[in-house]
Design a protein around this ligand. Structure first.
Ligand code: ZN
Length: 178
């Protein structure tokens, strides 16, 4: 991803954090807005912004931003050596997010599956999350997300984050952080 686009994305993302009432320090704005891209060539379709404000050997806290209709690809968090897989709670602070998890598939889901990337978005039990609502991802549960038409700002609280070990359903959707 070229630098001009990275700059544009970071600038754009600040508008959403502001709308959501999420206050970031100048240092975070400069150095902590991670662009999480899945290499599809269209970041605004599959990708997200992450502000990882704490990640220790025991717990983690992040703000996530999904632009309108943007998705995070399906994955789960495996055990890593003696550590159980990451457990996550997603609480929507602003906008609407659609969460998809294992279980009875929902008919007529609200998300639009990114064209040509169906293999990365297989589980179809839908949970709709509006501001103030949350979902607790179960241990080893497959999950993916898409923001509603306005986008979504989400608070994630979890056990330790070890992104490199995440297992993606579609192996072609490997992420890169800018
Ligand atoms: Zn996850």
């Amino acid at each position: 991803m070229d630098l001009a686009l990275q700059k544009k994305i970071r600038k754009e993302s600040l508008k959403y954090f502001k709308k959501a009432g999420v206050v970031l320090t100048e240092e975070e704005k400069e150095n902590k807005l991670q662009i999480f891209d899945y290499g599809t060539g269209d970041f605004f379709k599959v990708g997200l912004i992450i502000v990882n404000f704490i990640n220790t050997s025991r717990y983690c806290g992040k703000y996530l931003l999904f632009f309108p209709r943007q998705s995070a690809a399906e994955h789960f968090h495996p055990d890593v050596e003696d550590n159980k897989g990451k457990e996550e709670t997603f609480r929507v602070l602003w906008g609407t997010a659609y969460a998809y998890i294992e279980g009875e598939p929902t008919k007529n889901i609200k998300a639009r599956i990114p064209e040509g990337l169906e293999n990365g978005f297989m589980v179809r039990k839908e949970v709709i999350l509006n501001a103030g609502e949350q979902y607790n991802v179960k241990l080893h549960e497959k999950h993916w997300w898409q923001a509603g038409p306005e986008g979504a700002v989400v608070l994630e609280v979890s056990s330790t984050s070890r992104d490199l070990y995440d297992v993606y359903t579609d192996k072609n959707l490997n992420f890169k952080i800018y």
